[in-house]
Design a protein. Sequence first.
Lengths: 110, 138
Amino acid sequence: MKVCDIVEKLNLKVIGGSEGLQNEVVGGYTSDLLSDVMGNANEGQVWITLQTHRNVMAVASLKDVAAVIIVKGLEAEESTISQSNDEGIPLLSSDLETFELSGQLYELLQ
Amino acid sequence: MEFNYEVEGGNFAKAGNAASSVKKVLKQLNVDPKVIKRVVVALYEGEVNVVAHAYKGNIMVDIDTARIFIRIQDEGPGIPDIDLAMTVGYSTASAMVREMGFGAGMGLPNMKRNADSLKLSSKVGEGTIVELTTNLSK
Ligand SMILES: Nc1ncnc2c1ncn2[C@@H]1O[C@H](COP(=O)(O)OP(=O)(O)O)[C@@H](O)[C@H]1O
Ligand SMILES: [Mg+2]
């Protein structure tokens, strides 16, 4: 499955990094702790978080995640969006709570 | 081959710049992607520790055919109890830093797990030196 398929099926908003919408998705990782993501997320996963600052994109790029989804309709900072565009890693947004969104992504990837 | 980076304490906007640059260099050198991943995790955590806990620092990365050696040296408060600092979950990070998702107390453990050797030395009131070695020979 590709990031663009997930955008469509989970009704996500693309806020940045549309260059990477064809990235292949191998799984998901849900966490708001950057060191947890650094230590445990894998390349090609979609990272679900409530963090909105630019360090999220730095971590996303270092870990080669497929995309980042910000939950609860939270607004990403301007610098986060521009870094997502620079890196070509999709920055997506959902109005859902972390629990629901993670559940839906899990279902989708089964 | 040697590379040097300056790190500014407190400047989270730039946190990860050194790790990102080293990642590009290692890719260009065709280093095994698995090795690159480990180096990047360890270096990022070391870089963030200077940003979060120290005043300023310098990162030296030395690459040869046998190993990648990284020295992260900072001027800062130092670490009074290194064993305690190495404990998963131990953190003195401020509330603001924690809210950003840093300060989980997983940085030093991540570094240890992702390097072949980790050496920490610190003088309270002066600063900290972290030395990370990653072997390249198979
Ligand atoms: N360069 C440093 N200078 C001063 N203290 C440090 C440094 N690196 C780590 N520490 C201390 O060790 C603790 C644990 O570090 P770490 O495992 O990276 O967790 P975190 O950075 O999330 O707090 C820090 O909270 C801090 O007290
Ligand atoms: Mg740390």
